[in-house]
Design a binder for this molecule. Sequence first.
Ligand SMILES: [Cu+2]
Length: 314
Amino acid sequence: MNRFSEFMLPPQKSTLAEHTDALFNFVNVTSIILLAGITFAIIFFAWKYRRRSENDVTPVITHNNKLEITWSVIPLILVMIVFGWGLNGYMNLTTPPADAYEIRVVGKSWLWEFHYETGHVSVNELHIPVNRPVKLIMSSDDVLHSFYIPDFRVKMDVLPNRYTSLWFEATEIGESVIFCTEYCGTAHSNMLARTYVHSAEDFITWLETAGSADDDLPPAELGEQLVVRNACNTCHSSDGARLVGPTFQGLWMAEREMQDGEVITADENYIRESILEPNAKITAGYQPVMPSYAGTLNDRQIDAIIEYIKTLSN
Ligand SMILES: [Cu+2]
């Protein structure tokens, strides 16, 4: 069965995975057996009871109790097995252990934000300890998203104005991919993130040092990294290409026309406002789809991004 799972499914990297896969395989294998049996029976009976002569007359058959009970009870038993098995897994999936480590998750078009107990926020990178239950408390800043880690076999819708949660316990140190599985707009397919599973000590070290490692970088260089880490580059290019949003190339001190006709010089204040309150002024020719980074980026980080944008003027 394990070989079969490996062939069909991604690696099992959480404590929930085995149960989910066992049920999936059961449904799959019973369906294959039934499909083969029924197909064979149809072909066999069509051949066996074919019309052999001009005088062949089909006898009148009203019903057959034994046969009808059999073909109702067998599927009923199968359905009850799948129901019980599934309910058991679902209850497990929706009841996190009391000592689970909590992380806040915010879905935005089109990135994932992770807020830790220390106040640190990481974008598109979920860092977690191995062999410890982790509970994610999730919500969306805009539209419906859905949080999915195939390796852990967990998936849950992420809604605006409401919390949903899920939990898992990673069993292996390593990386796993996170997908958004609810179509949420233009760059939905770029709404990718990664889970980094650390040993218990490495996780604590990561949590303590996260963010402060940036201290020694020159601002423009830090800004360049932040643009990638915060997924600005999903929507903004640095080489002049038009993506979902305007390019950063040549933005510094450029004259920008807004949707309402106002012309604004792209100075520090404009860029800062664009990051914290993207909908305050909408650049003409673009949709108001940029998520706000208020609460995500601190002043130092915003300064660094501005420094980086300055280096792209020409
Ligand atoms: Cu999404």
